[in-house]
Design a binder for this molecule. Structure first.
Ligand code: OXD
Ligand code: MN
Length: 591
């Protein structure tokens, strides 16, 4: 399949270590995919679903101890420990290779090693980076075929001496004691062993696009971010794009595919989904920031996905979808908690055990049928709101960057930063709190800067500096905002309806970028005036709106102290500009 000597040599070297019986190169064709599906069904790796109801759909079950990313087993392996900073686990490259090799050695005996050439970003675009993943899992192959551009066109582009990221995945015996997710940024290499869960094994995603991607982005002067990208079409026909970062479980996929509320739909608003998880962004010759979604599919959380929370996702997963760890029904369809339909009278749970609604464990707790982190893997081309610019080599121009967290109090519905530097500060100090309503006090706050805490491949203090430098290099930087859909009243009830109504906030943000919407300056940034959000068709009392937009000086002064403590964990490496920002925030709060 390739004349690339470096690639051939690396595949041979890895095969000599893992000792597979066969090596199969993935060409990206439907014919090969169909053959692999049949083989995976025959081996019991996937279950064919009801093809009349769910054409091209399959179910996979992971090992019960292998259902989520394992951050404590995820390492960045660099020569100098300080390069990874206090937020990452570190291991020396020597130790990393040696420990993983001991597990991988001979682990593919009796198995096939698949060679998957893939491109993040449109093949041949300035954004594109090529990787090659070796894996002994057909499930990984079938997922990668959905998630990224794979096969022959990628190898053709790689040519005889192109650069590529070396990604090795071996299931070994799926033993959590022998599981390691290792990144070697100095060698452009990733080794993942002992897991079969998507986030640990689809190495294009968190491992390459974010951890190695962020490392490369700093070296090369661009941004690799954990952000959704969407376009908002204005009734005039103008389409403007935003990139938004939220920690897990804050509704990124739902926002990326939102359906405008009735009132705004009638006015002519429309959403274009570019991506739900990753954004690679570069400064183009016009001095503005342009972005691509490096992926071609969604690896979304199934539970809670229904026609109200995300009708576009529901439409997307009707065909050619791999479901992982959901309920299997007697008619070979799938079900999950928080979906559209009532549960089946009986079926099999995510572990394949007979299951029926109302089952309880020994402690009397309900036994869920689907795992809470059950997933769907589906092509973006099936999403009704997909962008028409997915393959554009320039990507899309970003008007606004949005950071968000889950805060029952403190953060207003939306505010705009005063400058790029202030915006970087807002992103760097982003946090989510556990829902505090029930106990009536603020929950535990977890700082998750730019939603990159588990994904930044180097010292986050240096990452903030890189963001500051990118801002200086742009003549037309996006404006930076913060949103919070999760503010509650004293009874713990959400004040804002969320979902489609979030478009009202996006529209204010974009109008601010055009210099059109009103705002008032508060100590934390610009907040909408009460009449500047388009509330057509939404009846929210002025008092509720006022509460949603309120800035409480005392709470923010407490936040300032918490931010200082967070910055102190970086051993004096935090850029001065961000320390200046926290001082300036405190000054504004006290005047
Ligand atoms: C994801 C995550 O799966 O952020 O996208 O954990
Ligand atoms: Mn994610």
């Amino acid at each position: 399949m390739t004349e690339h000597k470096g690639l051939q040599a690396w595949v041979s070297e890895m095969a000599a270590m893992c000792q597979p019986d066969n090596i199969v190169w993935i060409d990206g064709s439907d014919a090969q995919r169909d053959k692999l599906r049949a083989e995976a069904v025959a081996k019991g790796e996937i279950i064919e679903l009801n093809q009349a109801k769910l054409p091209g759909c399959y179910l996979h079950r992971t090992a019960p101890n292998d259902v989520a990313r394992t951050e404590h087993l995820t390492y960045i392996c660099t020569t100098n420990k300080e390069d990874v900073g206090p937020t990452n686990n570190w291991m020396s490259p020597e130790e990393g290779y040696a420990r993983a090799a001991a597990i991988l050695k001979g682990s593919m005996r009796g198995r096939t090693m698949y060679v998957i050439p893939f491109s993040l970003g449109p093949v041949g675009s300035v954004f594109s980076k090529i990787g090659v993943e070796l894996t002994d899992s057909i499930y990984v192959v079938l997922n990668m075929l959905i998630m990224v551009r794979c096969g022959k066109p990628v190898l053709d582009k790689l040519g005889t001496d192109g650069e590529f990221t070396k990604c090795l995945h071996g299931k070994a015996d799926l033993d959590i004691e022998k599981r390691l997710i290792l990144h070697f940024p100095e060698d452009n290499t990733i080794w993942s062993v002992g897991s079969g869960y998507g986030g640990n094994v689809l190495l294009s995603k968190k491992c390459m696009a974010l951890r190695l991607g962020s490392w490369q982005a700093r070296r090369e002067g661009w941004l690799a971010e954990h952000m959704l990208i969407l376009g908002v079409e204005h009734p005039s026909g103008l389409i403007e794009y935003v990139a938004a970062a939220f920690p897990s479980a804050c509704g990124k996929t739902n926002l990326a595919m939102l359906v405008p509320p009735e009132g705004l739909m009638r006015k002519g608003y429309r959403i274009w989904t570019v991506g739900d998880d990753l954004a690679w962004m570069r400064i183009d010759t016009d001095g503005a920031l342009w972005a691509v979604n490096p992926e071609t599919g969604f690896f979304g959380v199934a539970p809670g996905t229904n026609s109200k929370t995300n009708p576009n996702a529901v439409a997307t997963v009707r065909r050619e979808t791999i479901f992982t760890n959901v309920v299997l029904t007697k008619s070979k369809t799938v079900w999950w908690e928080g979906g559209d339909r009532d549960p089946p009278a009986e079926g099999w749970d995510w572990q394949g055990r007979p299951w029926h609604p109302g089952m309880k464990d020994a402690d009397g707790k309900p036994i869920p049928g689907a795992h809470p982190n059950a997933r769907f893997t589906a092509p973006i081309t099936q999403c009704p709101s997909r962008t028409f610019r997915l393959d554009h080599h320039h990507g899309v121009p970003i008007s606004a960057i949005i950071f968000g967290g889950r805060r029952a109090r403190l953060a207003p519905l939306v505010y705009q930063s005063y400058s790029w530097q202030h915006g970087v500060f807002v992103g760097a100090t982003m946090a989510s709190e556990r829902t505090a309503a029930q106990v009536g006090k603020i929950g535990e706050v977890r700082r998750d800067p730019m939603a990159m805490l588990p994904f930044c491949g180097y010292n986050m203090a240096d990452y903030f500096r890189h963001w500051l430098q990118i801002g200086q290099a742009m003549t037309k930087p996006p404006k930076i905002f913060h949103v919070n859909w999760f503010r509650t009243d004293e009874n713990g009830e959400y004040l804002w309806p969320g979902y489609g109504d979030n478009l009202r906030v996006l529209e204010w943000i974009l109008a601010r970028c055009r210099g059109e919407a009103d705002a008032i300056a508060t100590p934390i940034g610009y907040v909408p005036t009460l009449d500047s959000l388009d509330m057509t068709g939404l009846h929210l009392s002025p008092a509720v709106l006022q509460e949603l937009l309120r800035v409480d000086r005392q709470e923010w002064l407490e936040e300032v102290e918490s931010i200082r403590q967070f910055f102190d964990t970086f051993d004096g490496r935090i850029p001065h500009a961000l320390r200046d920002e926290v001082d300036a925030l405190q000054r504004r709060l006290l005047t």
